[in-house]
Design a protein around this ligand. Structure first.
Ligand code: PEP
Ligand code: MG
Length: 570
């Protein structure tokens, strides 16, 4: 089978297929007495588990315990239990009765104006799923603790499933859906887990327990291998490991071009645990800490203390090295049901990132206070995502002032003059970059979104992967305009989208004068090695020529040809 390789690496292991299909109810049901017994046994079991969870959570986070408290009360609420019982008495099966009554309740809550109440619909959905799973005796796949190295496969593995999985044991990820820049793909790369997306017919070909192999660089999946093929694949895996070890040994060396110009090569992370990989691979800063993954990894919103500890851990670990923490970017394909309202028609164009924070100011303030408190432990910069207007940038800065005052009242110290930057990922901002540069301290270009918004090509859609390309001359112009505007106003311009770690883009970006490159840790060694083979002067000339080209194909062809001629002549 063939898909789109999104995170390099070879692997061979047992597969676990995640079944995210809808729960199917049995067509045959027992008499009302039997179904009544099944329902009350399930309810007792779910209540017991929820109480245990709540008691455990109360030691950790107040917010978590409060939510689980609500779950317990609902499971004891006559207003819920009695209608379920009478639906069973009327001849429905236990699962169907739960579904029917609770769906009615969910609709009622979803329709409420008040956010607190509309969010309760999620609690009811959670309980409904737990009850039905228990009635149907279908355990939820627990991938947070796996017994052996495993390849996870699914139709569409969501970023939240990815964030919750056992990263020590997951050695590969395969998906039927998904485009090259989907967040699941990015997360796999950040975690250094080989991955392929967009594999047609995957789930029809493989099943849990089967051994399979794949190549995350080429997008090939190998099933039903014979002994010789397995031995060949394992030999290739060992060779690759040796090559990685050789490159990792360069970690201590500085990133400099052949003509001696030092470059900033930093890493993107999604959790404090990833920072370690960045240093190990020779990154000298964190150019993007995707803080929303703290929210995706759990059903419960992280409170100020939990976030503060996560940021502090990264800052202390990185010492004097810079750490750019990006504030919440929830929305698009990163769903956090607890924070989002009803489903949107176009989530990537909807209430995402800073737009969500403007509606959920309390959640934003919690994060900003946690960031400010952590700032004294290292070299932190704060970055706002999805900024589309100056009003949004000004609003976000005002919220920081409000949070500073709140900390002053609590007499908690923080660094007063933190550098504040924005992601440049909306084309209109790249076009007006000078105005934005006048009101912030740095830019970081988010090519994943900049590309999808500039070309109207969904970054997660496997059908249009070829259209969603940063080699498009329009995208390259936007990048060039952003860098030029930043330099004119005297601020630095980095890049933390996937293009920064694309070897083919490197000579062009060097030629355009990008100040900082931030990428998945796994990409750092290769980019550093290539940097050492390129000269700024030649790259500048190349950039001038590329800016004259008119199609993505011409740009790619030019880069391919130029690249191989430069590399082979050294
Ligand atoms: C980007 O859009 O390029 C980016 C780095 O942000 P994200 O991928 O998290 O949307
Ligand atoms: Mg983005």
């Amino acid at each position: 089978m063939q898909g789109h390789g999104v995170s390099k690496g070879l692997c061979y292991a047992k597969v676990l297929v995640l079944d995210e299909e809808a729960l199917i109810f049995p067509s045959e049901i027992g008499c009302p007495e039997e179904e009544t017994e099944i329902f009350w046994a399930a309810r007792a079991d779910v209540l017991k588990k929820t109480i245990e969870l709540r008691d455990r959570a109360s030691n950790l986070a107040e917010a978590a315990a409060e939510i689980l408290d609500v779950h317990c009360s609902l499971l004891e609420d006559k207003g819920l239990l009695e209608p379920i019982q009478s639906t069973i008495d009327g001849g429905a099966g236990a699962a169907a009765a739960v579904e029917q009554v609770m769906n009615g309740l969910i609709r009622q809550f979803e329709g409420m104006e008040n956010t607190y109440f509309s969010q309760r619909a999620l609690d009811i959905k959670d309980i409904k799923e737990n009850l039905i799973r228990r009635i149907l005796k279908i355990e939820k796949e627990d991938i947070s603790c796996l017994p052996e190295p495993t390849i996870i496969a699914g139709k569409d593995i969501t970023p939240s499933t990815t964030a919750a999985m056992d990263t020590e044991k997951v050695v590969g990820m395969l998906m039927e859906m998904g485009g090259a820049s989907s967040h699941t793909a990015i997360l796999a790369k950040t975690l250094d887990i080989p991955a392929i997306v967009g594999i047609k017919g995957l789930l029809g070909e493989i099943q849990t327990g089967q051994y399979i192999g794949f190549d995350g660089a080429t997008g090939e999946v190998f099933t039903h291998l014979n002994e010789t093929e397995i031995a060949d694949l394992q030999a290739r895996i060992s060779r690759q490991q040796e090559e990685n070890d050789r490159r990792n040994a360069l970690a201590g060396k500085k990133a400099v071009t052949r003509d001696g110009v030092a470059q900033e090569l930093w890493g993107n992370i999604g959790s404090p645990a990833d920072a370690d990989k960045v240093l190990l691979r020779g990154g000298t800063g964190i150019g993007l800490f995707r803080s929303e993954f703290l929210y995706l990894a759990s059903d419960i919103l992280p409170d100020e203390e939990k976030q503060y500890l996560a940021y502090k851990q990264v800052l202390e670990f990185m010492g004097e090295k810079p750490v750019i923490v990006r504030t919440l970017d929830i929305g698009g394909d990163k769903e956090v049901a607890r924070l989002q309202g009803s489903k949107e028609e176009n989530p990537f164009l909807g209430v995402r990132a800073i737009r969500l924070c403007r509606r959920e100011t309390a959640v934003f303030h919690t994060q900003l206070r946690a960031l400010l408190r952590a700032s004294v432990y290292g070299n932190m910069k704060i970055m706002f995502p999805m900024i589309s207007s100056l009003e949004e940038l000004r609003w976000a800065k005002e919220q920081l002032d409000i949070c500073r005052k709140q900390l002053d009242e609590r007499q908690i110290p923080y660094i007063e003059k933190l550098p504040i930057g924005i992601m440049v990922e909306i084309p209109a901002v790249a076009v007006c970059a000078e105005q934005f540069a006048a009101e912030c301290d740095f830019f970081s270009i988010g090519t994943n979104d900049l590309t999808q918004y500039a070309l109207a090509a969904d970054r997660g859609n496997k059908e249009i992967t070829d259209l969603c390309t940063w080699f498009h001359p329009g995208v390259i112009r936007l990048i060039q305009m952003t860098i030029t505007a930043a330099h004119k106003k005297g601020i630095s311009c980095g890049m933390c989208g996937e293009a920064a770690g694309d070897p083919k883009m490197l000579p062009l970006l060097l030629g355009l004068g990008l100040d900082e490159y931030s990428m998945a840790a796994s990409a750092i060694p290769e980019i550093k090695e290539l940097m050492g083979k390129l000269e700024i002067g030649a790259c500048k000339k190349l950039a001038e020529q590329i800016l004259q080209l008119s199609t993505a194909a011409e740009v790619e062809q030019k880069l391919d040809g130029w690249f191989s001629s430069q590399i082979t002549c050294f």
